[in-house]
Design a protein. Structure first.
Length: 245
């Protein structure tokens, strides 16, 4: 039985006090039976970690453990402040920071070797959905990212399927689209790592998930939870999504 996972990706939103208040408020809820992880700005991770609230994740990480990389944050630095998770391959990193599949693979390997758990994000642009090349597009992302990742490493990964056209648009993917892709992703991992590994792998959905559609989305076949952006910035709305899990 796969444990459900819910991530709150706050992106570059909320200043210090608002972030802290929201983190504190969410942490004071009775502990969920599923896994709930908050991804605030990297700037606040260290202090929030000292509050002993909900588990924390970073939104990005460098591909080396240490070194002369001005402005970057290393996976070992994240690990040293008890940050547990990191998002890798998010479409906004790919789009605005030119992160390609090769870089995503380097980050993934270094993060896992450093003891972090990874949420690997994949998903197709609208053109690929329109031309029915969405499956091959996502498969290429997965194959590149998981190059030299073994079955033990895979246990520390969660896959987030986030169609780019659904992120921040208010237009979530349909049941048919989500189930097709999640089933396809699980089958791809089964082909590379075997059925046991694929059965244990959590595949979550992201892209305009909100309090109105969360409960339906979380009930779809092969959906093990969600990664929520905009709707996780408000306590009441995110609380409803937690309840829907
Ligand atoms: P959204 O973002 O929920 O605002 O669409 C999801 C994400 O980017 O992870």
């Amino acid at each position: 039985m796969r444990k459900k996972f819910l991530g709150a990706n706050w992106k570059m939103n909320l200043a210090y006090q608002k972030s802290k208040d929201l983190y504190t408020e969410l942490s004071s809820l009775s502990p969920p039976s599923s896994e709930l992880v908050i991804f605030p700005s990297t700037l606040f991770l260290s202090e929030f970690a000292s509050l002993n609230g909900l588990p924390l994740g970073a939104q990005d990480v460098h591909f080396e453990t240490y070194g002369a990389f001005t402005g970057s944050v290393s996976p070992l630095q994240l690990k040293s402040i008890s940050c547990e998770y990191v998002l890798i391959g998010h479409s906004e990193r790919r789009q605005y920071f030119n992160e390609n599949n090769v870089l995503v693979n380097l980050k993934l390997k270094c993060a896992i070797q450093s003891g972090l758990k990874v949420i690997f994000c994949c998903g197709e642009p609208y053109e690929n959905r329109k031309s029915s090349t969405h499956l091959s597009f996502v498969l290429a992302q997965i194959k590149a990212a998981f190059n030299e990742i073994n079955e033990t490493d895979l246990k520390n990964c969660i896959i987030a399927y986030e169609p780019i056209w659904a992120i921040g648009t208010g237009l979530n993917a349909s049941q048919v689209e989500i189930e097709e892709m999640h089933g396809f992703i699980r089958e791809s991992f089964s082909n590379s790592y075997g059925t046991d590994a694929a059965d244990g792998l959590r595949i979550i959905y992201g892209g305009s998930c909100n309090q109105d559609n969360a409960s339906a989305i979380f009930s779809y076949k092969d959906v093990d939870g969600g990664l929520v952006g905009a709707a996780s910035l408000d306590f009441e709305s995110f609380q409803k999504i937690i309840t829907a899990l």
